[in-house]
Design a protein around this ligand. Structure first.
Ligand SMILES: C[S@@+](CC[C@H](N)C(=O)[O-])C[C@H]1O[C@@H](n2cnc3c(N)ncnc32)[C@H](O)[C@@H]1O
Length: 205
């Protein structure tokens, strides 16, 4: 029997205000390079399944995926914190507004080039001014994924999770990231052929 591909989700219904904002953002998805709802739902579920408390996103855009992250933290009600990085000020300011409208959790929206901001965050983690991250979503400059990983690895908690987008759509740029993760004995990884191709990696120690 031929296998039927069912691309359907049963995502939870957020409050009306959040649903309206998500629907509006979905209309301009291509301009802001946002995840589709299918992958956003996956992201939201993973954060909850991992019971993540501190979540970091690299690549905020207008905040679409960030809203799904905030909603996961809100649902878990675990005093979770969300940090997100974007170098395009206009996008970051739209995202800040969207976060405030959709969630009571205050997002820590960092402006700047991802590698520089990650270095600052790592310094804070090393100086015990910041807790390690339990979940990192990588979705910025594809060529830099490997550099993000080198920094993220040092501030990821044991059994922490990394989800990276555009692995298959930009494989020529993400290949060194993929090879590094697959070669690491301390990470368990798998690529999911959903959306633009997402790689899920779990720190095994
Ligand atoms: C694919 S979009 C993020 C989409 C968002 N995660 C979502 O699904 O709603 C990537 C974003 O990363 C930003 N970006 C790209 N390179 C960056 C860098 N080196 N540092 C900081 N932000 C960067 C871009 O301006 C863009 O808004």
């Amino acid at each position: 029997m031929e296998q039927t591909k069912i691309k359907k989700i049963n995502s939870i219904y957020f409050d009306n205000k959040t649903e309206n904002i998500l629907s509006e953002l979905e209309k301009t998805r291509e301009d802001f390079w946002n995840l589709d709802r299918y992958c956003a739902n996956f992201l939201n579920m993973l954060i909850k399944i991992n019971n993540s408390k501190n979540v970091l996103e690299i690549g905020t855009s207008n905040g679409y995926s960030g809203i799904w992250i905030l909603k996961a933290l809100e649902e878990m009600n675990n005093k979770g914190r969300f940090t997100t990085i974007e170098f395009w000020e206009k996008r970051q300011s739209i995202a800040r507004k969207n976060f405030t409208l959709c969630s009571n959790i205050k997002a820590e929206a960092k402006i700047g080039s991802a590698i520089i901001v990650l270095e600052d965050l790592l310094n804070e983690v090393n100086n015990k001014k910041r807790e390690k991250y339990d979940f990192v979503f990588i979705d910025a400059n594809k060529k830099e994924y490997i550099e993000y990983f080198k920094l993220v690895d040092k501030m990821l908690s044991d059994k922490g999770v990394i989800l990276a987008d555009n692995i298959l759509s930009h494989y020529e740029k993400t290949e060194d990231y993929v090879n590094e993760l697959f070669s690491r004995k301390d990470y368990q990884s798998q690529i999911f052929d959903i959306g633009a191709g997402m790689m899920l990696s779990r720190k095994a120690i």
